[in-house]
Design a protein around this ligand. Structure first.
Ligand SMILES: O=C(O)[C@H](O)[C@@H](O)[C@H](O)[C@H](O)COP(=O)(O)O
Length: 228
C-alpha cells in the first residue's frame, strides 16, 4: 500500500488519471483490451473528466461501476449515469460501458447473470474505489447481509448487497476477490473526515474482522490518493 497526498483535488484528478491511463495502455499492449471498474458517489467526477482527456485506445476499454444502486440509468443515483456523464466524452467517448442495472426487479435476480456477463472482463486491468466514513468500499458495507460471503475468497464476482440502515438501498457490488485481483487498484478519497477514517482503518489491530470495516480487505492492494 502507498499513499499520495495532493495539494488540491485538481492535481489529484490529474495524477490518478495519468496512473490509471498508464495501466490501461499496458493492458491493451499486453492483451489487446482492458477493463476498468470505477467508483460511484460524489467524489469521482473531476477524476473521470481528467481520465476522459487521456489519450489511449479507448475503443479497447470496457468500463463498469464497481457497484451500482439498483436504479435505472436515468435515475439521479445511478453510478452508470455518473460514468456516462463524466467519462464517456473527449478521448474516452469510444469506451464501452457495461450498465450493471439490467431492469431485473431485484439485484438478487440479476446477480448470477451479471457475474457471468462480467467474467470475460476479469481480472480487472484497473480499479478505482471510494470509501465511506464507515469504512465501506464499493457497496460492501459493514455488517450488511451477505457481507461475509462477499469478502470470502470463494465469493462470486458480483453479489446483491444493501446500503446502510435504515434505507438499506438495494445494490449490486463487485466482491472482494475481484477487487483484490485488479492489476492496478486505487482508492480515491477527499477531505478531512475520509483522512481520519483511513487513519482509523490503518490503526485497527491485526486480525480485525473485515466484515466490520470492509476496506481492510483491500488496503494492502491499494494506492491511496488523498486531497483536501
Ligand atoms: O455507489 C457508491 O456509493 C460508491 O461506489 C461508494 O463506495 C462510494 O465510493 C463511497 O460511498 C464514497 O462516496 P462519496 O464519494 O460520495 O463520498
Amino acid at each position: 500500500m502507498r499513499q499520495i497526498d495532493y495539494p488540491d483535488r485538481a492535481e489529484q484528478a490529474e495524477g490518478l488519471a495519468a496512473s490509471v491511463a498508464d495501466t490501461l495502455r499496458a493492458g491493451i499492449a499486453a492483451e489487446g483490451r482492458a477493463s476498468l471498474a470505477l467508483p460511484g458517489g460524489t467524489t469521482p467526477g473531476l477524476f473521470l473528466e481528467a481520465l476522459a482527456r487521456q489519450e489511449l485506445d479507448w475503443a479497447q476499454v470496457t468500463v463498469f461501476p464497481a457497484d451500482e444502486r439498483w436504479v435505472p440509468a436515468d435515475h439521479p443515483r445511478s453510478n452508470a449515469a455518473l460514468i456516462r456523464r463524466h467519462l464517456l466524452r473527449d478521448e474516452a467517448v469510444m469506451a464501452k460501458l457495461i450498465d450493471l442495472y439490467d431492469g431485473e426487479p431485484t439485484p438478487q435476480a440479476a446477480a448470477p447473470g451479471l457475474s457471468a456477463h462480467l467474467a470475460p472482463h476479469l481480472p480487472l486491468t484497473a480499479l478505482v474505489v471510494g470509501m465511506g466514513d464507515d469504512l465501506h468500499t464499493a457497496s460492501l458495507f459493514p455488517g450488511a447481509p451477505g457481507i461475509v460471503q462477499a469478502l470470502s475468497p470463494d465469493a462470486p464476482p458480483l453479489m446483491a448487497m444493501e446500503g446502510p440502515a435504515p434505507e438499506r438501498e438495494p445494490r449490486v457490488s463487485l466482491t472482494l476477490p475481484v477487487l483484490q485481483a485488479a492489476g492496478g487498484a486505487h482508492l480515491l478519497i477527499v477531505g478531512d473526515s475520509k483522512r481520519a477514517a483511513l487513519a482509523r482503518a490503518l490503526s485497527m489491530p491485526e486480525g480485525t474482522d473485515p466484515a466490520e470495516a470492509p476496506i481492510l480487505g483491500l488496503l494492502e492492494h491499494l494506492t491511496i490518493h488523498w486531497a483536501p
